[in-house]
Design a protein around this ligand. Structure first.
Ligand SMILES: Cc1cc2nc3c(=O)[nH]c(=O)nc-3n(C[C@H](O)[C@H](O)[C@H](O)COP(=O)(O)O)c2cc1C
Ligand code: SF4
Length: 314
């Protein structure tokens, strides 16, 4: 295969940060523990494989400052930086020990949610993370607030679009307060949810997220197959957009960048299968890539069994 891969290796300036290339490791739950030796090894190895930014897997915002200390997190950041990548981390909503739907949360718990996001972002900044990302996608709690079919609230957090946006926006501004002005604030959102909300609602939300201080929009469709064509409309807000879904197919990744569908591409399962994917692509060693075959057996499969993710192709 002879292809010009240089678009993948063009640095991108975002505020005071230079992302060294266009490849992002998206958040992926590992069941390894993020500050364990296994976790540091996992993230260090992936950063050294050549991605420009690692987004550490979703971690509930109320775990920061408890078992996740500044010191432990700083070791994780160091492992990622040593590999040459920027380090961000995804902040999962607080579950209050009961996996609630939006309608189940008391006003005091909503307030607590934002307080936890602010505190978590502050601790991440102290630990040296370059950015944080509230997890507003994939049908989880923040995404449920946005979804008219999941949000039964009748107060200012439910009903019309303006109200359904409020939880995501409040969490975003809380994260910004904790993070400070300079570091990167990302937000992960699912652009369309069949039978619930469409692209126009999501574009309205994205505009507000950017006003609220989001620096990078991480647009993650519910299905990986939908990929970066859904990211493209979000580029109109003047901040970089991450496109995700099957981007380990090099031509698809290049098309996303060269056709202007996305500013950054995230490679998920492709990086589980082969952490050296970026390096091998850069060097044209396409035959040596350990390809993800989309079986979902030992990544999603292990995740659902509660054991550390692996890959059938190792
Ligand atoms: C094992 C596994 C864990 C994941 N965990 C998360 C997560 O914590 N947060 C998130 O937003 N997405 C998560 N995802 C979704 C990925 O970030 C990514 O969007 C998805 O894998 C599609 O990209 P791909 O086709 O390159 O794999 C996970 C995916 C996998 C395979
Ligand atoms: S287990 Fe299957 S789907 Fe998961 S990363 Fe490996 S090859 Fe891909």
């Amino acid at each position: 295969m002879s292809v010009d891969v240089t678009p993948l290796f063009k640095p991108l300036q975002v505020k005071g940060y230079t992302i060294p290339n266009r490849m992002v490791m998206p958040p992926m739950a590992t069941n390894r523990g993020i500050v364990s030796d296994a976790g540091l090894g996992w993230y260090g190895e992936h950063a050294a494989g050549g991605v420009g930014m690692v987004i550490v897997e979703a971690v509930a915002a109320d775990r920061f400052g408890k078992e996740l200390t500044v010191e432990g997190l700083a070791a994780l950041v160091k492992a990622i930086h040593r590999g040459g990548a920027l380090a961000a981390i995804q902040l999962f909503p607080v579950m209050f020990g009961r996996n609630p739907k939006p309608g189940d949360l008391e006003p005091v718990e909503i307030h607590e949610m934002t307080r936890h996001y602010e505190a978590a972002a502050r601790i991440c900044a102290e630990a040296g993370f370059d950015g944080v990302e509230p997890h507003g996608a994939h049908g989880f709690l923040l995404n449920q607030f946005f979804s008219p079919t999941d949000n039964a609230r009748r107060d200012k957090f439910g009903g019309e679009l303006e109200n359904r946006m409020r939880m995501g926006l409040e969490v975003t501004s809380a994260a910004r307060r904790g993070l400070g002005d300079d570091r990167l604030l990302l937000y992960r959102h699912t652009p369309v949810q069949e039978g619930s909300y469409g692209l126009d609602d999501s574009l309205g939300f994205a505009a507000r997220l950017v006003q609220e201080g989001v620096d990078v929009l991480d647009i993650s469709p519910a299905s990986a197959e939908a990929a970066a064509d859904l990211a493209e409309p979000f580029r109109r807000f003047g901040v970089p957009v991450i496109g995700v879904g099957l981007m380990d197919e090099v031509e698809r990744a290049l098309a996303a960048l060269t056709l202007g569908r996305a500013d950054l591409i995230a490679v998920g399962r492709g990086l589980i299968a082969d952490p050296l994917w970026p390096q091998k692509v850069r060097e044209g060693r396409f035959d040596e890539i350990v390809n993800c075959i989309r079986c979902d057996e030992k990544c999603y499969g292990n995740l659902s069994k509660g054991i550390a993710i692996e890959c059938t192709q190792w």
